[in-house]
Design a protein around this ligand. Structure first.
Ligand SMILES: Nc1nc2c(ncn2[C@@H]2O[C@H](COP(=O)(O)OP(=O)(O)OP(=O)(O)O)[C@@H](O)[C@H]2O)c(=O)[nH]1
Ligand SMILES: [Mg+2]
Length: 290
C-alpha cells in the first residue's frame, strides 16, 4: 500500500482509529523487531492513551536474538506488555491470547459481576504499513475465522471476526503513519521495505545498507558474501560482491542495479542473517542508538 501522509490525512486517520479504539478492550500494536524505534508511530501513546495495549515485536524471526532481548526489556521497563512475534508462525498465538486475557481480566470480572459471562475480548490491530497487520489477522482467524457481523451501536463498515481463544478482532486494522523527520529512520524504513524504494534510488539505498551492516554486523556480511571487509568503502564492497555473484554487464563492469537488488532482497528475507538495525541508546554497545 502506498500512502502519502499529509496533516489532514493524519488527523482523519487518528480520528477513525480513536473511534474504533473506543469499541475494543485491547490494542495490538505491531512494530518491526528489526527497527522498533523507527517503526513505531510517533504519537502512538497519545492515540492509545490508557487502553490496555500489547506491543507485538513482529518479524522477530528476522531480527537478532540479542536485539530481541534488549528491546523486549526496554518496553517492559516502560511498563508495556511486549511479546516477540512471527506473524507467519502460529505458535505465538496462544501467548498473545493469554496475555490479552490477563490484561483485560479486571474488565472481565466487572462484566461478570453484572451477570455478563463468557464475553469475548475485543481487539484491534494497529501499526505502520507493511509491518504485518494483515498477516496477523489471517493467522489469528485461520481458515475457520467466521465473521460475526455487526454489533449494535457499531458503524456498519466494522466487521468483527471470531478468532481462536474466543477473541473478537476488528477486521480493519488501523494503519498508522511512520516517523518522518529523522534521516536514519527513513533509511531503516526503506531497508526493511516499509516505505517504497523511490525515496532513494536502489543503488544508493543498497550502499547505505552496506555502510550500516559494516557498522552493526560486519561478520555476517563477510560470511554471506565470502570476502574480507578490511578498510574497503561501501562502493568497493558492493563491487566485490557484484563480481562474486556474477552481476557483470557486457564489457565486464559490475551491474550495480542487479547487485543492489540482490543485497536489499537478501537483507529483507533475512538471508544475510538475523539483524536488528537499531538499539536503545543505553544498549548501543557501539551500535546505532536511538
Ligand atoms: N519474516 C516475516 N515476515 C512477515 C511477518 N509478518 C508479516 N510478514 C511479511 O511482511 C509483508 C507485509 O505483511 P502484511 O501483513 O501485508 O502487512 P500489513 O501491515 O498488512 O501492510 P499494509 O496492509 O500495507 O499496511 C508480507 O510479505 C508478509 O509475508 C513476520 O512475522 N515475519
Ligand atoms: Mg494489510
Amino acid at each position: 500500500m502506498n500512502i502519502n501522509w499529509y496533516p489532514g490525512h493524519m488527523k482523519k486517520t487518528r480520528e477513525s482509529i480513536e473511534k474504533n479504539l473506543s469499541m475494543v478492550d485491547v490494542v495490538f500494536e505491531l512494530i518491526d523487531a528489526r527497527i522498533p524505534y523507527s517503526s513505531q508511530n510517533p504519537v502512538i501513546d497519545s492515540i492509545v492513551k490508557d487502553k490496555p495495549r500489547i506491543i507485538i515485536l513482529n518479524k522477530a524471526d528476522l531480527s537478532s536474538i540479542k536485539g530481541n532481548k534488549i528491546w523486549q526489556e526496554y518496553f517492559k521497563k516502560k511498563g508495556l506488555n511486549t511479546i516477540l512475534f512471527n506473524s507467519l508462525d502460529r505458535r505465538g498465538i496462544e501467548e498473545l491470547i493469554h496475555m490479552s486475557r490477563n490484561i483485560t481480566a479486571e474488565k472481565t470480572i466487572s462484566y461478570e459481576k453484572k451477570g455478563i459471562i463468557n464475553r469475548s475480548i475485543r481487539a484491534m490491530i494497529i501499526g505502520i504499513p507493511n509491518v504485518g497487520k494483515s498477516t496477523l489477522i489471517n493467522n489469528l482467524t485461520g481458515r475457520r475465522g467466521a465473521k460475526v457481523g455487526n454489533k449494535p451501536g457499531i458503524t456498519k463498515s466494522n466487521q468483527w471476526i471470531k478468532t481462536k481463544g474466543d477473541l473478537e478482532l476488528l477486521d480493519t486494522p488501523g494503519i498508522l503513519w511512520p516517523k518522518f523527520e529523522e534521516k536514519r529512520v527513513g533509511l531503516n524504513l526503506a531497508f526493511t521495505g516499509a516505505i517504497k524504494d523511490e525515496i532513494l534510488d536502489r543503488e544508493t539505498l543498497a550502499l547505505k545498507l552496506i555502510e550500516t551492516l559494516v557498522e552493526i554486523c560486519p561478520e555476517l556480511l563477510e560470511k554471506r558474501y565470502n570476502f574480507e571487509i578490511g578498510d574497503s568503502s561501501p562502493l568497493e564492497i558492493m563491487t566485490d560482491i557484484g563480481f562474486k555473484r556474477g552481476c557483470i554487464m557486457r564489457g565486464g563492469e559490475v551491474d550495480y542495479e542487479k547487485i543492489s537488488n540482490i543485497l536489499l532482497d537478501e537483507f529483507r528475507k533475512g538471508v544475510i542473517g538475523n539483524i536488528t538495525l537499531e538499539f536503545p541508546r543505553e544498549n548501543t554497545d557501539g551500535h546505532i542508538g536511538v
